[in-house]
Design a protein around this ligand. Structure first.
Ligand code: SF4
Length: 346
């Protein structure tokens, strides 16, 4: 059986034409599957019966199944554990922000990047997700929102996985999301977050997609960054920042550097100074993320005073800076925790 959820219009049209159906049938199929979110061929009543029977015999529209859900007490953040047909599960998060509904999509089941602060990597990586599986996460939430007369407004590819090591599938997903026959999402509403896979940052810059790029930095010098993010041994910080600068220059898009603030580890003023030196003159901004406490490592969130001092130093030195407002702490919003609980229980 061919899973056609995740196929582009030209791919579907080619298949249908090989079966002897006219070209315009491809668009009709896309309208049902992507436009109206229908998964059952038998209800696609403007398609000839012969075509519906052939589709049902050869193809499936395989979406995601909800296994678990957690809602924050304020009702604004919901985390879903979604399973695909092979039983592999991923987390997808809906955040109802003042500026619209934002979702955090996973690009791999698990992750093998080994970041020290991240629960998604504890069980390693199971496999890459296909474009259709990323799309299925998006449609699952979009269908929910539709019932309230709302939709998914922005997407961050920041769930489990390193999107730039699943490059082709992630690119296909973003392009599909942008298509009018799919959700017609503006590229500017899509953010891809990477741990710093240098060659693919350059490659992405050449694609000409005006998406937002976010790079996880988390430390202003190599020794600490390697400790927090082992990928730094392969792609050292200076190379990552150089690639980020090239991305900004080529695309004229401001690159965001993510910086998790850990009390007494990377939040002192000397480190703010090093960070400033590193990013000086770049089309860049810094997003400070006070960490959710990690008990196993005795890592704590810095005091508001320390967060404020770090932020102020960057601002005073002309670095654009934001501090991420925490959402959904009470539902373990840190990526990977819900999925891990299920893996461990089973
Ligand atoms: S932070 Fe991202 S890249 Fe690092 S281990 Fe977690 S999912 Fe992977």
């Amino acid at each position: 059986m061919i899973n056609i959820f995740g196929q582009t219009l030209p791919e579907m049209t080619e298949m249908l034409m090989e079966w002897g159906f006219p070209k315009f049938r491809g668009k009709q199929l896309a309208d049902w599957m992507y436009g109206r979110s229908v998964t059952d061929f038998s209800v696609m009543n403007n398609l000839p019966l012969k075509m519906r029977e052939k589709l049902a015999a050869e193809c499936v529209i395989d979406r995601a199944l909800r296994v678990d859900q957690m809602d924050s007490s304020d009702g604004r953040t919901s985390k879903f554990l979604l399973n695909f047909s092979d039983g592999v599960g991923v987390e997808t998060v809906l955040m109802r922000q003042p500026y619209g509904n934002s979702i955090c999509v996973s690009s791999q089941a698990g992750c093998n990047m080994g970041c020290a602060f991240c629960a998604s990597t504890l069980h390693g990586m199971v496999r890459n997700l296909t474009a259709g599986e990323m799309l299925a996460q998006t449609y699952y939430i979009n269908d929910l929102l539709k019932q309230e007369g709302a939709k998914v407004d922005t997407i961050v590819i920041m769930g489990s996985g390193e999107p730039l090591t699943n490059y082709d599938n992630v690119l296909k997903y973003m392009r599909l999301m942008h298509e009018d026959y799919c959700l017609g999402m503006g590229y500017r509403n899509i953010t891809l977050s990477t741990s710093g896979i240098v060659p693919n940052i350059y490659r992405l810059a050449e694609e000409g997609l005006p998406i937002n790029l976010s790079i996880s930095l988390h430390a202003p010098e190599d020794a600490l960054r390697s400790e927090l993010m082992p990928i730094n041994r392969k792609y050292p910080m200076a190379e990552v920042v150089k690639a980020g600068a090239a991305y900004g220059n080529l695309t004229h898009r401001r690159v965001t550097y993510e910086y998790i603030l850990i009390d007494g580890v990377n939040d002192n003023i000397k480190q703010a100074e090093e960070l400033t030196d590193l990013l000086k003159g770049q089309l860049a901004s810094v997003n400070l993320i006070p960490i959710n406490p990690v008990v196993e490592r005795n890592w704590n969130r810095p005091s508001l005073k320390r967060i404020g001092s770090f932020e102020k130093y960057l601002m005073q030195h002309n670095i654009t800076v934001t501090v991420r407002r925490e959402m959904g702490n009470d539902i373990q919003a840190a990526c990977g925790q819900l999925r891990n609980r299920h893996i461990e229980e089973n």
